[in-house]
Ligand binder design. Structure first.
Ligand SMILES: [Zn+2]
Length: 100
């Protein structure tokens, strides 16, 4: 398998894991964290680029799936998103580039 094929599969798995993380967030937050961890490992192993839209949805420090208004706050201004995790208090900024 070539490199592009592998990273494409990686991206698909990342999306799938984020769907699961969102579904499990309220009932099983610990599973949700595990899914985020897995997706980050997959991104590293397969060199899949982490999708911009998903970069906003987790905490880099505690790996929580972040849902705006539930366990986090996502605000945006001037193309820069500010993601705050209410679980651990970690806050970070991430650029959201529009796809050319
Ligand atoms: Zn956190």
């Amino acid at each position: 398998m070539n490199k592009n094929g592998l990273s494409q599969i990686g991206t698909e798995r990342i999306y799938r894991l984020f769907e699961l993380a969102e579904q499990e967030l309220e009932k099983h937050p610990e599973r949700s964290v595990r899914y985020v961890q897995l997706s980050r490992e997959i991104s590293k192993k397969t060199r899949a680029r982490f999708p911009d839209e998903l970069k906003l949805k987790f905490c880099k420090k505690c790996n929580a799936f972040i849902k705006d208004g539930y366990n986090g706050a996502i605000t945006e201004s001037g193309g820069i998103a500010n993601v705050k995790c209410l679980g651990c208090g970690f806050e970070r900024k991430t650029g959201r580039k529009s796809r050319a």
